[in-house]
Design a protein around this ligand. Sequence first.
Ligand SMILES: Nc1ncnc2c1ncn2[C@@H]1O[C@H](COP(=O)(O)OP(=O)(O)OP(=O)(O)O)[C@@H](O)[C@H]1O
Ligand SMILES: [Mg+2]
Length: 254
Amino acid sequence: MNAPAGSAVIETKGLTVSYGKKTVLDNVTFVAPEHRITAVLGPSGCGKTTLLNCLNALIREQPGAQVSGEVLLSGVSTRQFPLEELRRRVGMVTQTPTPFPFSIYKNITYAPKYYRSAKKADFDSLVREKLEMVGLYEEVSNRLNQSALSLSGGQQQRLCIARALTVEPEVLLLDEPCSALDVKATAKVESTLLSLKDRYSIIIVTHNIAQARRIADYAVFLNDGKLIEAAPAKQFFENPNEEATRSFLAGAFG
Ligand SMILES: Nc1ncnc2c1ncn2[C@@H]1O[C@H](COP(=O)(O)OP(=O)(O)OP(=O)(O)O)[C@@H](O)[C@H]1O
Ligand SMILES: [Mg+2]
């Protein structure tokens, strides 16, 4: 494997997931570097979501999933962490925006209120800070008490990213976060992710090869549960080693 420069924030070793006799991830070993955007690519059904679900141990809640191999967070096996700590440190944003049916303000303060008590002024500044991080503050500052469901799809997705950041995760996992968004909303999510990587490490599953080219530092290609190639983005997109990667990038399948 072509190891990325920089230290690993997430690392898998021989990660294998099966349902009964069906192996959906087969001995996957890869490294996601710290403070970089890692894109996970591959055709539908190849195991991308399953891989993300292993990284924050959501897979443990999948009935029937048998998991072997290791997932390390900053060098420590995730089996060592209480689930609550792991999920705080490895946040997740899903494909369809899922704001809570509360106000914009309460979406941001919901998790921090659970983890700590703070004065209203502190929450006010947290709301502002996190909404600014995703470029949403100016758009919504005059309606923070309105329902989050009144936002557009793209705004909802950026709110969900802001919400995921309120517990200060180290890693942010995103599963096709732009698949329901138009080009303009997608561009805003992409610039948000680029601005966040100084502070967080990002792993994004995307169907959109052009998107991965625009934002990824490092890319991973899965096919049929197997890791085919993992490399720095420039090499991956311009000069992949594997014929299967080349065909995938050329649009031959997926
Ligand atoms: N709970 C389950 N029981 C049995 N098989 C499952 C289960 N969840 C996923 N699979 C199978 O695992 C394989 C990988 O699924 P996964 O959702 O990870 O693919 P994906 O790459 O995310 O696909 P897509 O691009 O369509 O989202 C598929 O063949 C799927 O049918
Ligand atoms: Mg998926």
